[in-house]
Design a binder for this molecule. Structure first.
Ligand code: B4P
Length: 192
């Protein structure tokens, strides 16, 4: 199995690039952000809870996020690998993911982290807000809070996998195409 984490600040291109990686390497793409948005759309209890955090740019509590992720992974027993997009976002989530994959006799092969300047992030997300209808995209204060939450709660996940020599930093600036080619090159070199 090839299991990857696509990592990076909000708006760094995780969702955009995960689609290309999933197709090229035949991976099941799991985005916790998309899963929460689907729960919100369905007006479920989980959706109502998630919305109260997401609209402020805060993280949804670990317990809830981990349970949802586990359910999704278990619904794909046929998978030849997974690409986790937007998960893990805390060290507790990373530990839970490692335990879950360990039970399946597999592990994370690589964490690919997209680096993008804060100002480019704000511009990308504000542009997306024109069409996304997402409350967490529309307000610059909320976007900056998401960046702060990433810096404080999520960047330790990069170090967690770096200690196991599995983290790799990729330049996320430039065109979508440029970034895709950098990701493919890094993975191909790793898997060669
Ligand atoms: P996500 O859905 O993961 O939101 P995101 O970080 O904004 O998405 P992403 O990074 O994938 O966006 P992309 O760059 O593709 O999370 C939303 C919220 O859900 C979180 O704030 C949190 O509340 C909650 N949540 C999710 N997972 C959680 C977890 N594990 N634990 C707790 N809470 C969790 O797209 C950005 C825009 O940039 C797009 O418009 C795209 O077209 C554009 N773009 C991409 N690449 C570009 C490039 N190279 N140049 C120019 N534009 C580019």
């Amino acid at each position: 199995m090839l299991n990857l984490i696509l990592f990076g600040p909000p708006g760094s291109g995780k969702g955009t690039q995960a689609t290309f990686l999933a197709e090229r390497y035949d991976l099941v793409h799991i985005s916790t952000g998309d899963l929460f948005r689907s729960e919100i759309k369905g007006e479920t209890e989980l959706g109502t809870l998630a919305k109260s955090y997401m609209n402020k740019g805060e993280l949804v509590p670990d317990e809830v996020t981990i349970a949802m992720l586990r359910k999704k992974v278990e619904s794909h027993p046929e998978a030849s690998g997974f690409i986790f997009d937007g998960f893990p976002r805390t060290v507790a989530q990373a530990e839970a993911l490692d335990t879950m994959l360990g039970e399946m006799k597999t592990q994370i092969e690589m964490l690919l982290s997209l680096s993008v300047d804060d100002e480019a992030i704000v511009q990308r997300i504000l542009k997306r807000a024109e069409t996304s209808g997402r409350a967490d995209d529309a307000d610059e204060g909320t976007i900056r809070n998401r960046i702060n939450v990433y810096t404080e709660n999520t960047t330790p996940v990069f170090d967690y996998y770096a200690e196991q020599e599995r983290s790799s930093s990729i330049d996320g600036m430039g065109s979508i195409d440029d970034v895709t080619h950098r990701l493919f090159a890094a993975l191909d070199a790793h898997c060669a």
